[in-house]
Design a protein around this ligand. Structure first.
Ligand code: ADP
Length: 492
């Protein structure tokens, strides 16, 4: 199948169990929950509703696998081969995985085919290469001793992921953990469990031993909280909202001081100087916010435009927003699907109302799309003030807040006027402005004359309340290893 031109039939999906210790099982309670198609509001299928009891079983299976011969004795090279195989299986099943992603999340099928699934396979492939290269050092000492370090797997890791890029967020968590020899209990988002369950099946097919990867489906306050609180989980990795990230860190602190990495929200400043290639900057400013229906943690949600080119940039963005093809995610011509859930849609509509009542000017959009499903009009606000709700809080929807700025110092000061610090971008032909902005802005990633450029080798994470730790790249490995120092007396 190629999604290039035609409308594709959504896949038929039957009810789903969870993967624990190599077995596909119902929840201990026998409960299930509905996975909803956000484009229609219809139920796709029933999913096993795991909670604490299921997390306990999954942790036991992961602990057993961590200490079992097939995994303990497996060389890094062999772990790497399994990861390469999983990447190949994801490529081979690209059309099916993309369709599951579109069905469950609502993203346009072409995005799922061309961005999510190939990007997912690439992450596994990148970390496959690290599996036999993450080793310690010999360390010179003052006395008659030999000291060396070992990079040991941190152990059983709990991973809690969001719904915006389900398969890709799973790969950011699974790939480094498996490369480092950890075992996993994954809790996918309740809105989008389907691709995680299918990729877990592919991991079995690739040959990962039973219990190395476990998937417990269920809700955040029950299954997710059980992961964060668990006494026998050595590390928790979370991507999601800042509020839940804070709860997870508290639960980790109160339980067993498990290691914590968090990838949280953002309110990223995207800064366009008048000397930039304006056509290019406007095009990218549009995608920086509206890609994936605005449901990106890096969304360029605060657009700062230098005064002389403000109207030109806003005209270009308005034109693009009004050209969005909103509709069925399985129609290959669709460029904007629904928001992931009714709750999320209502939150976004609430922010739109706040923008209007706070006095921002709604240049285009400003409401729900009149059709079934959870669709929101692409919305652009101008005359936004730095302290308005729509300039301070993460909206996670197709709502852009645009502001004018005067010079590079103004851009840095106002860009940093947020509790977040995930990403930022600057558009200019002046290298000095670009360098000054890149050094002054508090963000884990700065894009210069580009936006949303990700690479498995480039680390990603947040300053401030956007997170703790880095994913991707070599830096990710340290989150999944403990460093052990071994000091041996050399004798006479
Ligand atoms: P959103 O509000 O955008 O859905 P969340 O941060 O609530 O984002 O969700 C991200 C992930 O965190 C999901 O897998 C969700 O189930 C999980 N989650 C939500 N609440 C908790 C919690 N209290 N403890 C652990 N995980 C949670």
């Amino acid at each position: 199948m190629t999604a290039a031109e035609q409308t594709i039939a959504p896949p038929k999906v039957s009810n789903k169990k969870m993967l624990i210790g190599g077995q596909w099982v119902d929840s201990v309670s026998g409960k299930t929950f509905e996975s909803i198609n956000p484009a229609t509001g219809d139920t796709i299928c029933q999913i096993a509703e795991g909670d604490k009891a299921d997390v306990d079983l999954a942790v036991k299976a992961a602990r057993k696998a961590l200490e079992s011969k097939p995994w303990v004795r497996m060389t890094g090279a062999k772990r790497g081969r399994l990861l390469y195989k999983l990447a190949d299986l994801i490529d081979a099943n690209r059309a099916e995985l993309a369709a599951l992603e579109s069905l469950d999340n609502g993203k346009p099928i072409n995005d799922a085919m061309n961005v999510d699934i190939p990007g997912t396979a690439n992450i596994y492939r990148y970390f496959a290469g690290w599996a036999d290269k993450n080793h310690g050092k010999t360390v010179p000492t003052a006395g008659p001793y030999m000291a060396y370090t070992r990079h040991e797997p941190v152990g059983v890791v709990g991973q809690i992921i969001p719904w915006n890029f389900p398969a890709m967020m799973m790969s950011w968590k699974w790939a480094p953990a498996l490369a480092c020899g950890c075992t996993i209990v994954l809790k996918p988002a309740e809105q989008t469990p389907l691709s995680a369950l299918r990729i877990a099946e592919l991991a079995q097919e690739a040959g990962f031993p039973d219990g190395v990867v476990n998937v417990v489906t269920g809700f955040g306050p029950t299954a997710g909280a059980a992961v964060a609180e668990h006494m026998d989980i050595d590390k928790v990795a979370f991507t999601g909202s800042t509020a839940v990230g804070q709860q997870i860190m508290q639960a980790a602190a109160k339980s067993n001081l498990k290691r914590v990495t968090l990838e949280l929200g953002g309110k990223s400043p995207n800064v366009v100087f008048a000397d930039a290639d304006i056509e290019m900057a406007a095009t990218h400013a549009f995608f920086a916010l509206f890609f994936n229906m605005g449901q990106c943690c890096t969304a360029g949600s605060r657009l700062f435009v230098e005064e002389p080119v403000f109207d030109q940039v806003m005209d270009a963005i308005k034109t693009r927003a009004e050209r969005q093809r909103i509709g069925d995610p399985f129609d290959a011509k669709t460029t904007q699907g629904p928001q992931v859930s009714e709750k999320q849609m209502n939150t976004i509509l609430g922010y739109i109302e706040a923008g209007k009542s706070d006095g921002a000017i709604c240049l285009t959009g400003g409401g729900r799309v009149d059709r079934a499903g959870y669709f929101v009009q692409p919305t652009v606000f101008t005359d936004v003030k730095d302290d308005m709700k729509i300039a301070q809080e993460e909206i996670f929807g197709p709502v852009l807040s645009a502001m004018k700025f005067t010079d590079v110092d103004d851009a840095i000061r106002r860009g940093n006027n947020t509790k977040y610090g995930l990403a930022a971008a600057v558009w200019t032909r002046d290298i000095n402005k670009a360098n000054k902005f890149s050094a002054g802005i508090k963000a884990g990633t700065v894009w210069v004359n580009c936006y949303n450029v990700f690479d498995p080798a480039v680390p990603f994470g947040g300053f401030n309340m956007s997170g703790v730790g880095r994913e991707m790249g070599e830096y990710a490995l340290s989150n999944y290893t403990e460093v052990k120092s071994v000091v041996t007396a050399l004798g006479k």
